[in-house]
Write a protein that binds this ligand. Sequence first.
Ligand SMILES: [Zn+2]
Ligand SMILES: [Zn+2]
Length: 257
Amino acid sequence: MFGAPAGTYQVSLKIESFDAQISGHAHTDPPPPEELWGRLSVDSGGQGARQATCSIQVGPRGSGSCDVTYQASEVSGRVKIRAETTDNGLDESLSTQVDVRVPSLFRASGSPQYLRFVRSKDSGHVDAVAFALAPHALLGLQRLANAYRIVTVEERSDEGYTLGLILSVNDMSLPWGGKFDITGEWTGDHNSHRKGTSIDINKRGFDRLTDRPVPNREGHLTTEEIERSRLEVSEACDNARGRVVPEEDFHCEFDAE
Ligand SMILES: [Zn+2]
Ligand SMILES: [Zn+2]
């Protein structure tokens, strides 16, 4: 605060808005609940809430300050915080913007002959926002696709898949990272997938020749087929220096380096 008459000012602070669409959540119904907007606190011991008040002592030089801490939730987005005071004849307010995000995530891409991006329809998080990775995990994804091809050459060439299968990948992270709530309700699992280090892998790789998921028939995979596919993906993830995380679908994690 500058140029203000000397005195004590109570400044009220408020988290005014939280925009999660900018970080990749296209869904707005329900909107992000307020507990996910983050918390303000003035004293280090304070509980924190959407609103806080701090006291500023303005001296003869017309300036003063107070320390306020903003603590984000696990959802990425853009936060607006407003500060206001009406003390000592002043009527001032100003707002500031904080972006809650994991820096430096990039959208993964790949040639169709090497990698397939296959997700079930999710209008809450469109494909364009579902494949973000940290730089070291992008390299991990390349190793993984290559390792998967090699493993499936070994495992499946006597069934006619002599060129190996194409890795079919699913959810990764949102462009700004943070919670990836696949239900679109701001809750639920998928607790990894926040830092651009997680890659979900589909049960059915693609046949290079027919360009179809294997085996080349309709219907569900048998338990044996799923188990076999799990072993192949696990081996490829290991060989790519990733870490297999137990999930219903297959998940290869590339921990931060
Ligand atoms: Zn969402
Ligand atoms: Zn996963």
